[in-house]
Design a protein around this ligand. Structure first.
Ligand SMILES: Nc1ncnc2c1ncn2[C@@H]1O[C@H](COP(=O)(O)OP(=O)(O)OP(=O)(O)O)[C@@H](O)[C@H]1O
Ligand SMILES: [Mg+2]
Length: 254
């Protein structure tokens, strides 16, 4: 059967460093949807992003990752990127010897090449950084904007965003959110949208700018709860993650 979802995770189990970190994740993100992933430190959010991106540091031991109807579980990262996957890391790597501008020219899709890379850079306040080595000496917030700039140029169909707002000041938060909205075609009629995102965040600030469709809480390697982003956030703010753990326990006992 061909999946209707753009991204689908089926009973995904993942190990890192010989430890099972994700223990049976089921998740489907449809075309045009933005899903938010909440969860306490160490619950496995970045591990999930790395697994979807195909990072060889994480090992899928059971289940599968389906992207655009194709099982990509065993595919290397570059094949997934060629298929239209993009990722902004929580801790982006520094690339010595490569200037940001050069990298952007290399990764520009046909569409982006016709535009001026510098113009895209100015949309995320990064026009002055194109001559610098990628992420070398960048501040925390600059690194986050550099990641988004790379995604804007790449223009993927599905973006994985691991805490794009962490360490970003209040004014740049709007800049980051605008970039995410642009990536997800927020200005396109919802029924016509095809691009999607999985957004990891700790704070609700982003949700003021981004219209997310669904949120999930990752707790101890499992999805404890899913629902409307505003309701999930309210629950976390009022009761902490413990309430999510109780939900999960009740479901497992049922
Ligand atoms: N190489 C490794 N060896 C052993 N454990 C690891 C390794 N990499 C990650 N882990 C563990 O996996 C767990 C999940 O880590 P992960 O980075 O996915 O958490 P997270 O939900 O993204 O947390 P945060 O909110 O702090 O970013 C953590 O307990 C972490 O220490
Ligand atoms: Mg993380």
């Amino acid at each position: 059967m061909i999946s209707m979802a753009l991204l689908e995770l089926v009973d995904l189990h993942v190990e890192v460093g010989g430890r099972e970190i994700l223990r049976g994740i089921n998740l489907a993100v449809n075309h045009g949807e933005i899903h938010v992933l909440f969860g306490p430190n160490g619950s496995g959010k970045s591990t999930l992003i790395n697994a979807i991106a195909g990072n060889p540091m994480v090992r899928v031991t059971r289940g599968k990752i389906i992207f655009k109807g194709k099982d990509v579980t065993g595919l290397p990262t570059y094949e997934r990127v060629k298929m239209g996957l993009g990722v902004a890391f929580q801790h982006p790597p520094k690339i010595r010897g490569v200037r940001l501008g050069e990298l952007l020219q290399k990764m520009a899709s046909k569409l982006a090449k016709e535009r001026d890379v510098a113009k895209v850079a100015s949309a995320v306040n990064m026009q002055g950084y194109l001559d610098r080595e990628v992420n070398v000496g960048f501040s925390g917030g600059e690194m986050k904007r550099s990641e988004l700039l790379q995604l804007l140029v790449q223009s993927p169909d599905f973006v994985l965003l691991d805490e794009p707002d962490s360490g970003v000041d209040i004014e740049n938060l709007a800049v980051v959110a605008n970039a995410i909205n642009q990536l997800c075609e927020a200005n396109v009629k919802p029924s016509m949208r095809v691009k999607s995102a999985l957004l990891v965040t700790h704070m609700g600030h982003m949700l003021k700018y981004i219209s997310a469709d669904r949120a999930h809480v990752l707790f101890n390697g499992k999805i404890a709860c899913s629902g409307r982003p505003d309701e999930i956030l309210k629950q976390i703010m009022e009761h902490g993650f413990e309430r999510c753990a109780e939900c999960l326990q009740k479901r497992e006992e049922a």
